[in-house]
Ligand binder design. Structure first.
Ligand code: F0G
Length: 401
């Protein structure tokens, strides 16, 4: 019912094989036999919210390792919508997942797959959230976990999560791209199951973001879904989810995607705007949005294909635009997100202002990680708390100012 297929040469592989890329080096994706799935919309309604609500579409069997991920809120953002001039705006808050990011959707499937494949150890490179999530799921599955991180470049909240859950945390003198290269080589040599988004099984969990958006909007697909982009796994997974529900007949349209990168780390946006298939890597990516500080995204071909198939667009946003969007979302809607997540809202504002997105569209911004992931950034860039003597007179000055 499930197999792997290379998106470049079409070669197929069995689901029992541990393999991350095709012999031709192309990316692999999971192919479902939709004809063999028998489920109705009302079947979902009898189940709890979350990734496994859509189990017929998920390619694993056996003991499921879950922290009850998914089922995240889709907020109607009326205040923010009014402020920036959008008729119907929704925020899909992936920060509400157990470890505070969308990665949990991928890890419940990826770590369940690891058990099915009978591996003893899992590993990843990370800008922080992947490692935080994998560490938690590996603990629950009783697997050894190795995480490779750019030393000194990980937001504190994420770093402490990996430590807390008992992963072996290894910092390297180098960036995420170097860390990913290292763990990929190590995984093939030392039998460590790789759970970066190059692993196609992991992305199957993340496609449930699309399933939920469709169901939460009463099976009416939005015009536009805006997604922050780093290593390019998530936007590809979301597109796969929408397409599967469309092909299965659950929805009768598809959204246009908008993929947003930070200006200092925007190799895919550059390729997209030039109409290229090849992405020129950026040697020293830099942005305040550390989660998406990635110069050589491995899933770029999948993301470019997804955005183009959806007749969508890609845009980059500056660090200032990211901070402005983070603040706006937090202060108009009460939704706290980390900088990389705010890139989707910053992208929306930019695309509205330059006329690429219409004000009458029904829009979903995916926000990918919780504000507390990166408290230091907020502390450094926002107003400092006031400090006074504990007298009514001093407090009065503040209240009346
Ligand atoms: N937003 C957040 C909060 C992330 O942590 C990431 C990726 C992305 C967006 C981009 O998603 O890579 O699928 O395009 N974080 C990875 C990590 C790279 O290691 O935690 P993508």
């Amino acid at each position: 019912m499930f197999k792997l297929r290379c998106i470049k040469c079409g070669r197929e592989y069995s689901q029992k094989k541990i393999i991350y890329t095709c012999e031709c080096k192309g990316l692999l994706e999971v192919v479902l036999d939709l004809d063999s799935i028998k489920v109705k919309k009302r079947d979902f309604q009898k189940r709890s919210p979350g990734v496994w609500r859509y189990r017929e579409f998920l390619p694993v069997a056996g003991r499921i390792i879950s922290l009850q991920e998914g089922g995240t809120p889709l907020y109607k953002a009326e205040n923010l919508g009014k402020k920036i001039g959008v008729r119907e705006l929704y925020i899909k808050n992936e920060g509400a997942n157990p470890s505070g990011s969308f990665k949990d959707r991928g890890m419940t499937v990826g770590v369940t797959k690891a058990l099915e494949l009978k591996v003893k150890a899992v590993g990843c490179a990370s800008t922080g959230n992947t490692s935080a999530s994998l560490a938690a799921y590996a603990a629950r599955a009783n697997l050894k976990c190795f995480v490779i991180l750019p030393a000194g470049k990980i937001a504190l909240g994420k770093l402490v999560q990996a430590i807390l859950h008992g992963a072996t945390v290894v910092g390297i003198k180098g960036n995420f791209d170097a860390a990913l290269k290292l763990i990929t080589e190590a995984s093939l040599k030392f039998n460590v199951y790789l759970l970066n988004s190059i692993n196609p099984w992991r992305l199957e969990g993340q496609k449930t973001e699309a399933f939920e958006i469709a169901e939460q909007l009463n099976w009416e697909v939005p015009d536009r879904v805006i997604v922050p982009v780093g290593n390019c796994g998530n936007i590809s997974a979301i597109w796969k989810g929408f397409k599967e529900f469309y092909d299965y007949g659950f929805v009768n349209s598809l959204p246009q995607l908008a993929g947003i990168q930070a200006s200092g780390a925007a190799p895919v946006v550059n390729a997209f705007k030039k109409g290229l298939d090849e992405v020129s890597p950026i040697a020293n990516p830099d942005t305040i949005a550390t989660a998406i500080r990635i110069g050589a995204p491995v899933n770029a071909p999948k993301a470019l294909r997804a955005v183009r198939e959806s007749n969508g667009m890609m845009e980059d946003v500056s660090d200032e635009e990211i901070i402005t969007a983070q603040k706006l979302l937090a202060r108009t809607e009460g939704i706290g997100v980390e900088p990389a997540s705010a890139a989707s809202v910053a992208g929306l504002i930019k695309l509205l202002n330059n006329g690429s997105i219409g004000k009458d569209e029904k829009i979903v911004c995916v926000v990918t990680g919780h504000a507390l992931k990166d408290p230091e950034m907020i502390f450094n860039k926002y107003e400092k708390p006031l400090e006074i003597e504990p007298t009514l007179a001093e407090l009065e000055k503040i209240i009346k100012s």
